[in-house]
Write a protein that binds this ligand. Structure first.
Ligand SMILES: Cc1cc2nc3c(=O)[nH]c(=O)nc-3n(C[C@H](O)[C@H](O)[C@H](O)COP(=O)(O)OP(=O)(O)OC[C@H]3O[C@@H](n4cnc5c(N)ncnc54)[C@H](O)[C@@H]3O)c2cc1C
Length: 381
């Protein structure tokens, strides 16, 4: 099979939530875009996550990014549809006195970001949500909290982009990126070669590898998180549920399945592409779910699975051009990358267009790693 060389304005590497959203908005801003993934669209973290779009369980510095995420999710649901986006409101629950005290302090901090978290008595919460346990100690409520259906949403956004002109090249790994002296970039895949003006590397945990080819070293650590799902059930849970300890998320998506998660660790190997649920995590997660929503005790788990996630040490994402090359952009490794993902895609499209982004990305710049990073002349041809 002969290799083709294609000229294109922008290449996006990685068709997770960040990549598909960036491609969608780049197209909307009038740019010619090729979106490349080594697997199917949304096959990694973005198709395997819990779909929790909560503002109550995120580190404070990324609340504005996640709030923008919920606004963008809502816009995309209206424009495209079929994302399973539901702004249900959400409860963050405490099971111990210590957790209840934490939630009281947390409310003060969180409300500095204008998200209107309210403290409820357990009785008040149970009036809104009778399925919650009577044994809870306290409950915070936030009307922003939402969820989406991670099993379909990334593909839906990609499909809408493709219908408007984004060219999607799936099942095709990018194997090399070369920077030219005229600032153009060549992106080599196992199939064709693309010469472009701008590139966005939105390759999830693999961003570390792709940036490494350009001599940029990024301190992204791998995490393996896992999920449990129930069969389709009659409507039981109407809200997004999170936990003061951070180890439980619950919601019942449109089709009736309850998704149970909370960052419980799985096992696996990135190089061998193995990700498996860990039994102790399945048990711990299910027990936490049953303590908070006792009716789940009688429900089966139909499936468990795990996925790779990437996190920086400061928990902040890496967003912006790499030091020394203004046409190579990174978007990766966000705590809450799914809730923030569509907004990150939109912001990156604005930055790549040379526009002022909707919010400052200065705190998230790859520049913060410049000292440890770029090797002399790395990857420039
Ligand atoms: C089990 C689990 C539960 C989670 N729950 C939540 C949650 O409830 N809420 C939340 O906000 N976040 C959650 N997260 C985190 C969230 O899923 C991620 O932050 C987010 O999906 C990352 O999106 P992404 O587009 O950066 O990366 P990914 O979805 O990982 O996409 C990266 C893409 O790049 C592709 N790629 C990699 N290398 C190459 C290459 N060389 N060539 C071409 N393509 C390449 C991959 O195939 C992949 O499709 C969870 C994560 C997991 C694993």
């Amino acid at each position: 099979m002969s290799m083709h060389r294609t000229e294109v304005e922008c290449v996006v590497v990685g068709a997770g939530i960040m990549g598909v959203s960036a491609a969608f908005y780049l197209n909307e801003l009038g740019h010619d875009v090729v979106l490349i993934d080594r697997k199917a669209v949304g096959d990694e973290a973005s198709g395997r996550n819990a779909g929790s779009l909560s503002l109550q369980n995120k580190p404070y510095p990324i609340i504005p990014l996640c709030k923008g995420g919920i606004v963008t999710w809502r816009e995309l649901e209206t424009e495209i549809g079929g994302l399973g986006f539901t702004q249900s409101g959400g409860f963050r629950v405490a099971e111990t006195d210590q957790e209840a005290q934490f939630l009281e302090r947390d409310l003060q901090e969180r409300n500095r970001y204008g998200i209107g978290v309210r403290r409820l008595s357990v009785d008040e919460a149970r009036e809104m949500a009778p399925y919650l346990s009577r044994e809870l100690k306290s409950v915070n409520y936030c009307a922003w909290d939402s969820y989406a259906d991670a099993r379909v949403a990334t593909q839906q956004i990609a499909g809408a982009g493709a219908a408007r002109g984004v060219r999607i090249v799936a099942h095709t790994p990018v194997v090399g990126v070369e920077l030219h002296k005229d600032q153009d970039i060549t992106v080599r895949t196992t199939g064709d070669e693309y010469r472009c003006r701008k590139i966005l590397i939105a390759a999830g945990i693999w961003t570390k590898q792709v940036a490494g080819w350009l001599g940029v070293s990024l301190p992204i650590n791998m995490r393996i998180n896992q999920m449990i799902v129930t069969p389709r059930l009659p409507r039981l849970i109407q809200h997004m549920i999170t936990h003061a300890s951070g180890n439980l998320t619950l919601k019942q998506v449109e089709c009736g399945s309850v998704l149970i998660g909370g960052g419980w660790p799985g096992d696996g190997d990135l190089d061998k592409d193995i990700k498996l649920p860990r039994y102790a995590s399945v048990v711990g997660n299910a027990m936490a779910a049953v303590r908070v929503v006792p009716a789940l005790a009688d429900v089966e788990a139909v499936r468990t699975w795990a996925g790779f996630d990437g996190r920086t040490e400061d928990q902040l994402p890496i967003l912006g051009p790499i030091p020394g090359h203004g046409n190579v952009f990174l978007a990766s490794s966000c705590f809450g990358g799914y809730v923030a993902g569509p907004y990150i895609g939109k912001l990156m499209a604005e930055v790549m267009s040379g526009d002022e982004p909707g919010m400052s990305l200065a705190a998230f710049s790859p520049q913060r790693y410049a000292g440890g990073g770029r090797e002399q002349g790395g990857g420039v041809s």
